[in-house]
Design a protein around this ligand. Structure first.
Ligand SMILES: Nc1ncnc2c1ncn2[C@@H]1O[C@H](COP(=O)(O)OP(=O)(O)O)[C@@H](O)[C@H]1O
Ligand SMILES: [Mg+2]
Length: 356
């Protein structure tokens, strides 16, 4: 929090003032740690990245290393999914980025400004929701935003009304602006928290587990909102322990495991990291396996009534034609692309579908 900024309600949140829009354009390469993409030291955050950390480390007094030599680079214009099981160091990283926790080692830059020294310069250009919203239950959504806006010294008082109306409108709460917070659904509550983080234009929106505790409808609302914010040009850094909740909207991901970054890069490269397979359902398993081998397709796996092989660069329609020509009764044919979930399980050794 910047000096002079009023601490908000009991929950931990960081909300700051106006920003300028910046040039867009995601870039970066998917690599697996320890060769994780990290800009060369001294190169600076540059125009290309909104968050850069080098060797960022947090060791708590207990001796626990929550974040271990983290090298992170978040491309401007991306929707960056910061993933990892509970306890893997996501919140601690975000708190260091926002100057809420002092790093034990390493460097970080936010919007090209070294932290924590540049907090006052960077924070007004960043909206953040960290660990759940806290609002007054008996005040309306609009009244809650008026309080928060009034607490922001960088916000122009004369334009408060428009700013609040715009923020409510952006998150689809204009119609519910006068409704008491306690009557809001979980999804509406989280959208109000995001509205609070978007009271001014932001270059970067940081959301820590924004879908945590939401029902499927609330999750969809938040996801749609994040897409809109990103489409309007704001880079979004969103953490989650549930891959499935962010997978569809992310352009880039970083995967944490016990404080270390185990993967980092464009989601498509992560997805492409695994070979597709082709699966044939047939009573003629032996015959089909022979045809597939004859086509040079490797890694056969047979089961009852089905056989699969690595597809490589082979065309599925030609594989099908070869099977049929050879007299294989093809009851079903599927190209299986491993889900990102499976890729993540391989990286972290844990499922992401475990809640809690
Ligand atoms: N203030 C603290 N003091 C001691 N240990 C902490 C503190 N905050 C977090 N930790 C520990 O650091 C690890 C990472 O926590 P956290 O960053 O909250 O992970 P995540 O957000 O990925 O769930 C956990 O093992 C947690 O218990
Ligand atoms: Mg957390």
């Amino acid at each position: 929090m910047t000096p002079g900024e009023t601490p908000l309600l009991a929950g931990e949140r960081d909300i700051a003032g106006p920003a300028k829009a910046g040039p867009a354009g995601p870039r970066g390469e998917f690599r697996e740690a320890p060769e994780a993409a990290s800009p060369s030291p001294g190169q600076g955050t540059t125009r290309g990245h909104v968050i850069v950390t080098r060797g960022l480390t947090k060791r708590f007094r207990s001796g626990q290393v929550a974040v271990d030599t983290l090298d992170l680079a978040v491309p401007r214009g991306s929707v960056f999914g910061f993933l990892g099981p509970n306890g893997s160091g996501k919140t601690t990283t975000i708190r260091m980025l926002l100057g809420l926790v002092t790093p034990s080692g390493g460097d970080c830059e936010l919007l090209g400004v070294p932290m924590p020294g540049g907090l006052a310069e960077a924070l007004p250009r960043v909206g953040a929701v960290v660990e759940g919203p806290a609002f007054y239950p008996y005040l309306s959504g609009a009244a809650n935003l008026r309080r928060l806006d009034a607490a922001d010294p960088s916000a122009d008082r004369r334009t408060a009304r428009e700013r609040i109306a715009l923020a409510l409108d952006r998150v689809g709460l204009a119609a519910a602006a006068g409704k008491r917070y306690r009557a809001y659904s979980l999804g509406m509550r989280q959208r109000l928290a995001i509205a609070a983080a978007l009271l001014g234009p932001r270059e970067l929106l940081i959301l820590d587990e924004p879908t945590n505790g939401l029902d499927p409808a609330g999750t969809r609302e938040v996801r749609a909102l994040i897409r809109q914010v990103a489409a309007a040009g704001t880079t979004v850094f969103v953490s989650s322990h549930l891959l499935s909740e962010v997978e569809q909207m992310c352009t880039h991901v970083g995967v944490m495991r016990t404080g270390r970054l185990v993967a980092h890069g464009p989601i498509e490269e992560l997805r492409a990291g695994r070979e597709p397979r082709i699966k044939v359902e047939t009573p003629d398993v032996g015959l089909a396996a022979g045809v597939l081998a004859g086509l040079g397709l490797a890694d056969p796996r047979s089961g009852a009534g089905e056989v699969s092989v690595a597809l490589g660069t082979a065309a599925p329609d030609l594989v099908c034609a070869a099977l049929v020509t050879a007299g294989v009764a093809v009851h079903g044919l599927a190209v299986l692309r491993p889900s990102l979930e499976e890729v993540f399980v391989g990286l972290t050794g844990e499922g992401f579908d475990v809640d809690g």
